[in-house]
Design a binder for this molecule. Structure first.
Ligand code: ATP
Length: 136
């Protein structure tokens, strides 16, 4: 049997996943980060992106928005604003959010509003990408 470690993925509104996994790959700020059982401890920020984890030899994919990960040799915890499976993503909603953000970016905004809009655009584009890539 493959070696496993315990993974918890906690989003603002739900416990997205809790269980044993064989492998985890996340988009970290400086590129892809692969976690196997026995990984050295680390804490890092997670930007909006894709994550995948392997359960019983099968990869599961998810869209994640900003958060943190704590890695320990026998467990990892991800805290994120939002997390969705590809099949949970409402494409029309993400397209509407993308159009709204693009329209707002054409308007004059404060720096704070600009960063918030850019983050909303990233979330929408990430959802569209992951839904198109993994949900057929
Ligand atoms: P919107 O403007 O459509 O609300 P948003 O990016 O501002 O998009 P978030 O604040 O990231 O939304 O998420 C709020 C909640 O809605 C979370 O529970 C998130 O998982 C869910 N959610 C947001 N967009 C989608 C989507 N396109 N499909 C499914 N769930 C979504």
């Amino acid at each position: 049997m493959a070696k496993t470690f315990h993974l918890e993925i906690i989003a603002t509104d739900r416990v997205f996943f809790e269980g044993e996994v064989e492998h985890l790959v996340i988009t970290a700020i400086d590129g892809l980060l692969g976690i196997l059982p026995g990984h050295e401890p680390l804490v890092t920020c997670l930007p909006t992106g894709e994550l995948k984890y392997m359960v019983n030899g099968k990869w599961k994919y998810a869209a994640i928005s900003e958060g943190f990960i704590q890695v320990m040799p026998e467990s990892s915890i991800i805290l994120a604003d939002t997390c969705e499976l590809p099949e949970e993503i409402d494409i029309k909603r993400a397209e509407a959010a993308k159009e709204r953000a693009e329209e707002q970016l054409r308007q004059k905004q404060s720096i704070k509003e600009y960063y918030q809009t850019q983050a909303a655009l990233n979330r929408a584009m990430n959802r569209l990408k992951i839904s198109q890539k993994h949900f057929k």
